[in-house]
Each structure stands twice: as C-alpha cells, then as structure tokens.
Design a protein around this ligand. Structure first.
Ligand SMILES: NC(=O)c1ccc[n+]([C@@H]2O[C@H](COP(=O)([O-])OP(=O)(O)OC[C@H]3O[C@@H](n4cnc5c(N)ncnc54)[C@H](O)[C@@H]3O)[C@@H](O)[C@H]2O)c1
Length: 324
C-alpha cells in the first residue's frame, strides 16, 4: 500500500521535498496546498495531478494524508502543525520550525498530545562528515569552536524582513547552531552583537548584515557562530571549526571534514545522500519503523531554535541571554 503524503507550501523547499520523496518507493502525493493557489496547481501538475488547495485544513479533511511535509516561510506557521496533529497526521516541517519559543512550545504540546511522528528539516545531522566529526569528538574535550554562515542575501522577499524570517541566524545559520548542539550538547547562555548599514540599497531590508553569537555550552565549550549576508560575489564560508587539546576539526558545510592531529591529517569528503536519509528516516517511522532513528524530532528542533532566538534577544538587550 502506498504512503499518502501531502505538501503544504509549493515553493523552493516544497520542490525539494518532492525530489526526495520521488526516491522512496510506494509514496503517493495526494494533495498540495499553498496560499498562492497557482503555485499549488503548478506543483500538483509536477507531482502527477493530485488536487491543489489554497487552504491546508481543507486539504487535510479532503484528501486525508497519512503525513504532511510543511515548507512555508518562518512567519507563516499558524495552525498547519496543530491541525495536522489533531487529525493524527504525521509531520515533517522545515527549519526554523517557527519564529518564537511560545509558538514552538504550543506546537510541541499539540504533537506530543497527539503522539504523531515528527521530524524537522535539519538534514545536516544525517551527513557522513558530521558523523565523522561526532565520532572524532567522542574521546575529546573540545575547548573552543567557531561556526560560520557568511554569504549573500537569499532572493525570496520574506527573507530580508526580520518579522517574517527571524533574521539570518534564525532562518539560515540555524543549521550551524543545530550542528553545534548535535556535537556539544545543551547550552547555558548566549551573548551576541550585530552590525547594520551595508545593505542600505536593498528595499524592505531590516535584518542585521552580520552578527556574532557566543554560546556557552554546559560542557564548557565556548562557540561563536558568525552570520553575514552582505557578501556580493566575494568568497563566503560556511561550516564549523572545533579546537581540542590534541585535535582540530574543520567541517566545511555539506562538503568535507578535516581532522588534524599532531602526526596525522585526515580529510573525509561528503558522499552520502543525507537529504534522502533525513526524509526516508521520517517515512520509515510513519510506516511503523523506529522513531528513535529520527535525529531531529520537533522536541529537539525547538532547542536548536532557542539558540539563535536567545542570540537575537542578547543583541536587542545588550545582555547575556540565559537559556530556559
Ligand atoms: N533545510 C534546508 O536546507 C532549507 C533550504 C531552503 C529553505 N528551507 C526552509 O523552508 C521554508 C520555506 O522556504 P522556501 O525556500 O521554500 O520559500 P519560498 O518562498 O520559495 O516558498 C514558500 C512557499 O510557501 C507559500 N506559503 C506562504 N505562506 C503559506 C501558508 N500559510 N500556507 C501555505 N503556503 C504558504 C508561499 O506562497 C510559497 O509558495 C523556510 O522555513 C526555509 O528556511 C530549508
């Protein structure tokens, strides 16, 4: 029997979800919903002509999917998850799961009450090279780390509006925050600073041009994560560098990891299809497989969201933000 899935959001990541689902046997996309109906229709013709909707609740009640893939802008999360949970529909949702901790906790309570399977699109947790870094750290005490997402401004119109995207750290660099949590465990506090002024020619732009967010982890690791979105053509950088007493780990985002010790330097290049692994692990759990294999269920992703939100709070107040 085919697994009946629906898509909410027919933009860039909606297409990506479909590309991953195509690689899995016995999947049927039974509905697509987007507030822009023409986008839902365009996507539905791409996936074989299923019904298109401009209202996700109507879609849930009409086509009754087993699972939904939600890929909408951060500000647009209203009841997409809670309405699915109430109907027993399993939920794969993109990062950032929303833009406030209040909303994230409300959704978490709803999905836990319903007992549905959840996964959040932190696909880097399934990277072979991140696994290499995690294994290398298992007998090390990391002291200092630096994370980066330094690049240009994404073109989608909502990205440059802080009230809509949450800003770069929340929307984009959150992948690095999540990888840092995956490697270092839970955090205690975040202290951050930011700058503006380089992007005055961009209409509707009110996010920071760059920020530095320093996280104190409970294990003692001190990790500063830099974000920058003002680069125009110059080389950027994305990844995480970790310094231990006898080991340096340099992780290049979705590309490679380089492990440098006193006597040996070893480089491993990324090879596995982590995008598929992330989606497939969720689908396997929906089909009755092991939920514990999901590396980023909603409850865990909420903790990753808390880090850049705390950093943003620190920027706004000029104070260290303690984590809950
Ligand atoms: N995991 C990753 O690597 C990755 C990569 C890109 C984007 N994303 C995330 O995916 C999400 C969407 O990004 P995108 O690039 O697809 O954006 P996009 O602007 O290309 O597409 C968003 C779509 O959602 C629709 N939409 C808006 N509000 C809606 C609502 N209330 N209900 C249904 N549809 C709605 C829009 O009409 C649009 O078609 C963001 O949270 C982004 O951070 C994740």
């Amino acid at each position: 029997m085919k697994t009946r899935v629906a898509l909410v959001g027919a933009g860039g990541i909606g297409r990506y979800h479909y590309e991953q689902l195509k690689k899995i046997e016995d999947i049927e996309v039974v509905g697509v919903s987007d507030v822009a109906l023409e986008r839902a229709r365009e996507m539905s013709s791409r996936v074989g002509g299923c019904p298109a909707f401009d209202n996700h609740v109507e879609m849930y009640d009409t086509v009754r999917p087993v699972a939904v893939f939600i890929g909408i802008p951060p500000f647009a999360h209203s009841d997409q998850e809670t309405a699915a949970a109430e109907r027993g529909i399993h939920i794969f949702v993109q990062k950032p799961p929303t833009t406030t901790m209040e909303k994230a906790h409300a959704v978490l309570a709803a999905v836990e009450k319903a007992g549905v399977v959840t996964a959040v699109g932190f696909q880097d947790r399934y990277l072979d090279v991140v696994e290499e870094a995690k294994t290398a750290l298992s007998d090390q005490k990391p002291g200092l780390a630096m994370g980066y997402w330094l690049g240009g401004m994404p073109g989608v119109p909502w990205w440059r509006v802080r009230a809509q995207s949450g800003g770069q750290a929340v929307e984009q660099t959150i992948h690095i925050f999540d990888t840092a949590r995956y490697l270092f465990g839970e955090a205690e506090s975040v202290f951050a600073a930011a700058r503006k002024g380089l992007m005055l020619d961009v209409p509707n732009y009110d996010v920071d041009d760059s920020s530095a967010m320093t996280i104190q982890f409970k294990s003692g690791v001190l990790c500063t994560i830099f974000s920058a979105c003002f680069l125009r053509g110059g080389p950027g950088k994305a990844g995480l560098d970790v310094y231990c007493q006898n080991l340096k780990i340099e992780y290049g985002l979705r590309n490679n990891v380089r492990l440098s010790g006193h006597r040996e330097i070893r480089e491993v290049r990324h090879r596995n299809d982590n995008d598929l692994d992330c989606v497939k692990t969720f689908i396997d759990a929906v089909r009755g497989g092991d939920r514990q294999r999901i590396r980023s269920p909603y409850a865990d992703a909420v903790k990753s969201l808390e880090l850049p939100l705390a950093g943003q709070r620190s920027i706004d107040t000029g104070r260290i933000a303690q984590l809950g």
